[in-house]
Each structure stands twice: as structure tokens, then as C-alpha cells.
Write a protein of this length. Structure first.
Length: 229
């Protein structure tokens, strides 16, 4: 068991849960944050108490994230990396048909909670010349008609580039993970010909495990459905 420690938000399902599994397989310890305590407890039990800690809480609450990071550092002694991954979409696309209450919830989670993860983790990351990872999206790299969700991901890409410059001043790194469509509970229907959460988890572990001299600024991965047929 290694002693490098990774804090993950949105760890109860999809990309976050797959990343927890892949990171532990690669020798990391993980702190798991999401609102679903039962799912986090089950995942932590699967991964083992020496490797994983469930930290249930709401990522839109800065104090809850600071408390989770403090508990993780108290348990494992250090924080080397944080993955701001919690995010949500909306049921109504575009601006004219979009729902303002869903925009508020998306901004609160996809933007503000991501900032809270960076703010909560940064003092510990600085101590270890650590690594911040943010879940962006293919939707944050191109224009999609009226998409507020896509615009929250444009924020992630812009902020991630800015944070990479700030962290580089003291030897830290910041990576934006930018997947196309992934087969997760983000969607109501299965997407078997799209990326699997394990594919995105592998991209996270790739960025994490590069030597400190190599700062992977972005990993952009898309499904390749024609390869399956
Ligand atoms: N699926 C795709 O096609 C795709 C593509 C590109 C990017 N992404 C991005 O990937 C990230 C992960 O999404 P996913 O596809 O893995 O979907 P998912 O399975 O729905 O995962 C979303 C995670 O966020 C957590 N979450 C939601 N609200 C939260 C809150 N207030 N506080 C803490 N955690 C919260 C959920 O757990 P609880 O409900 O237990 O809180 C869950 O663990 C998101 O940022 C999404 O925008 C997804």
C-alpha cells in the first residue's frame, strides 16, 4: 500500500467511483465525498479501510469540503491530490427552454463546488507540490447551442488553465480531464457504445502517475463506437 492520498468528489458513482477503484489499484489511498453515505460506505468497504475513507457531505458547502479534507489528512497523514469531479446536467437543454432553477443547481455544483474543492485542498497540496484534477468535458471545448451545462464546463477548462499557472509557481500541477459521453448514471439510459467510467479513471491515473517534471494539463478522450462494430 502506498501512502499517497487522493480526495475525490462525486465518488459515489460513475467516474468518481471508477477513479477510486483505479487509484487504489495503482497504490493510492482515497477519500470519497458525495451525498450518498450508503454508497460511499459500500465502496470504502470494498476498497478496504487501509485504502479508503468515506466522507459523506454536500460539495456545495465549503465548510463540508474543508472538514472532509481535514478528516482525510488526519486519517492518512497527507494529501497529494484532489479530484473535483462532482457534477450534474439538466433535463431541459438550451436557454429558451432551460429551467433557471436547474441552472442555479448546475452552477452551484459544476462551478462553485469545484472551486471549493480547490480552495479546501490547496493548503495541503502546496505542502506536497501536489496535483489538482478537474472534470471538464468535451462540452467544455466546443460550442453547443444554448448549453448552460456546456458553459459550466467552459468555466472548468478556463479555470483549470489558470490554476495550473498558479500551482506551477510552487511545483504543483493541475489537469483537466475532458471526456466525451461516458456510460454513467449521469444519463437515464445506458450508453454501452460510449466511454466507460473505467476509461476516464485510467486517464486520471495516467495524469497522476507521471513524473513530477511532467505536468499533464489536459486529457481529452472521446468514445470510438465504430471500433466496437
Ligand atoms: N457522463 C458523461 O458523459 C460525462 C461527460 C463529460 C463529463 N462528465 C462529468 O463527469 C463528472 C462525473 O459525472 P458522472 O458521469 O460520473 O455522473 P454520476 O455517476 O451522476 O456522478 C455524479 C457524482 O456527483 C455526486 N454529487 C452530485 N451532487 C453532489 C453534491 N451536492 N455534493 C457532493 N457530490 C455530489 C453524485 O453523488 P451523490 O448523488 O451521492 O451526491 C455522484 O457521485 C461530472 O462533473 C460530469 O459533468 C460526465
Amino acid at each position: 500500500m502506498g501512502d499517497r492520498t487522493l480526495f475525490i468528489t462525486g465518488a459515489s458513482s460513475g467516474i468518481g467511483a471508477a477513479t477510486a477503484r483505479a487509484a487504489v489499484a495503482a497504490g493510492w489511498r482515497v477519500g470519497l465525498m458525495a451525498r450518498s453515505r450508503d454508497k460511499l460506505d459500500a465502496l470504502a468497504a470494498e476498497l478496504g479501510g487501509d485504502a479508503a475513507m468515506a466522507l459523506p457531505g454536500d460539495a456545495t458547502d465549503l465548510g463540508a469540503q474543508q472538514n472532509a479534507v481535514a478528516r482525510l489528512v488526519d486519517r492518512f497523514g497527507r494529501l497529494d491530490a484532489a479530484f473535483a469531479n462532482a457534477g450534474r446536467g439538466s433535463s431541459a437543454a438550451g436557454t429558451e427552454a432551460g429551467r433557471p432553477e436547474e441552472w442555479e443547481a448546475m452552477v452551484a455544483l459544476n462551478i462553485t463546488a469545484l472551486l471549493w474543492t480547490a480552495k479546501a485542498a490547496m493548503p495541503e497540496l502546496r505542502k506536497r507540490k501536489g496535483h489538482m484534477l478537474l472534470t471538464g468535458s468535451a462540452a467544455g471545448r466546443r460550442a453547443i447551442a444554448g448549453s448552460v451545462y456546456g458553459a459550466t464546463k467552459w468555466f472548468v477548462h478556463g479555470y483549470g488553465a489558470n490554476l495550473a499557472e498558479e500551482m506551477a509557481e510552487w511545483g504543483g500541477r493541475c489537469t483537466v480531464i475532458a471526456p466525451g459521453m461516458v456510460d454513467t448514471p449521469f444519463f437515464d439510459e445506458p450508453k454501452p457504445d460510449k466511454l466507460q467510467p473505467e476509461d476516464v479513471a485510467n486517464a486520471v491515473v495516467y495524469a497522476l502517475d507521471q513524473p513530477a517534471r511532467a505536468a499533464v494539463r489536459e486529457v481529452f478522450l472521446m468514445p470510438n463506437p465504430a471500433a466496437l462494430g
